[in-house]
Design a protein around this ligand. Structure first.
Ligand SMILES: Nc1ncnc2c1ncn2[C@@H]1O[C@H](COP(=O)(O)OP(=O)(O)OP(=O)(O)O)[C@@H](O)[C@H]1O
Length: 328
């Protein structure tokens, strides 16, 4: 049984008084203990997908499709069951820990929230901190968030979310607000805990390399649609979709001083896409068919891609060339 399933999830949100399509049919499933990277440029709908799972979208949101967590339909959960889901089953790690923690409460208050104040609670909090590599728990308990560095605070947030033994962690760009060293620490902690505790993880990022460090499967999103889905290593090695190839070619590399290739054109929102492929306006390989007919996410040898031209040899070579341009 899957831990989490999204079936044809559609989300419309009001933008300047008008409903706009933000997600246009997102489907994926996550097995217990599996790690999925949700990757794409800004505005592709990654955060909205995570918020939908936690039912954290604005009340006006129109949501269709299905979200199933351990055989329960999340979209129809009543208040109490929803509270339990959020408190005990699913943990969310946010982009910027400082905006997600109450600045006037101590780390100790934060860590023991919901588990009481007995010595047992403090022991649990201390061992959760030890799990994320923070050994001096007693000192940390007395401190306030502003006294901790961003990386340390993000590890506290992760420890706080794990205290309730969730089965699923939703991480929304958890390292974006951190410096490089702290990024590496936080990613290493997440990857270790995910494996040790057999956690389901959905890791949202615009950085394919970061996703590759933590996940075994990738879903590449563009304009509210998953355009490619498959094993992380195979996608990195040989992407099928031109958008994935372009993302790989445009990532910054520490080992090279070449100019970054950027993807020509600007990312479009779901509601700006016509009837054709969502990426057609920016795709150097698009044909008339691509501009008029939306490709379904189809199976290509155990991997999924939403592109009419996968399998056409001239096109496949072009995608590989684009990918190679990104490899030293
Ligand atoms: N509450 C909201 N009301 C209206 N539109 C929204 C709302 N939240 C997000 N959007 C729009 O939905 C689209 C997807 O946003 P989302 O935050 O999911 O993107 P993302 O892929 O997570 O990008 P980022 O990396 O910038 O967070 C964007 O066009 C955004 O403007």
């Amino acid at each position: 049984m899957s831990l989490l399933e999204l079936n044809d999830l559609q989300v419309d949100l009001p933008v300047s008084g008008q409903y706009r399509r933000i997600l246009q049919g997102v489907t994926f499933s996550l097995a217990p203990g599996a790690a999925l990277g949700l990757v794409g440029e800004s505005g592709s709908g990654k955060s909205v997908t995570l918020k939908s799972i936690m039912r954290l979208l604005p009340v006006q949101a129109r949501v269709r499709g299905e979200i199933v967590y351990q055989a329960q339909s999340v979209l129809t959960l009543r208040k109490r069951a929803l509270r339990t889901l959020r408190a005990e089953h699913v943990a969310m790690v946010h982009q910027d820990p400082r905006t997600a923690i109450n600045p006037v409460r101590t780390i100790g208050d934060f860590m023991t929230e919901g588990i009481g104040r007995g010595s047992d609670a403090w022991d649990r909090a201390a061992s959760a901190l030890a799990e994320v590599g923070i050994r001096d728990a007693r000192r940390r308990f007395a401190q306030y968030p502003h006294q901790l560095s961003g990386g340390l605070l993000q590890r506290v947030m992760i420890a706080g979310s794990l205290i309730h033994h969730p089965k699923l962690v939703l991480a929304d760009e958890p390292t974006t607000a951190l410096d490089m060293t702290s990024q590496a620490d936080v990613v290493a902690v997440l990857a270790r805990l995910q494996a040790e505790r057999h956690l389901g993880l959905v890791f949202v990022t615009h950085d394919l390399d970061l996703a590759a460090a933590v996940t075994d499967t990738l879903a590449v999103m563009y304009a509210g649609v998953i355009v490619e889905y498959g094993p992380t290593a195979r996608i990195q090695d040989r992407p099928l979709h031109p958008y994935t190839a372009a993302l790989l070619a445009s990532r910054p590399r520490l080992d090279r001083r070449t100019r970054l290739q950027t993807i020509p054109g600007r990312p479009v929102a779901a509601y700006e896409t016509g009837t054709g492929c969502v990426f057609a306006t920016r795709c150097p390989l698009a044909t008339d068919r691509c501009r008029t007919e939306r490709p379904a996410l189809a199976d290509h040898g155990g991997r999924l891609a939403a592109c009419h031209r996968v399998g056409d040899s001239e096109f496949d070579d072009a995608v590989v060339r684009a990918r190679k341009a990104a490899t030293p």
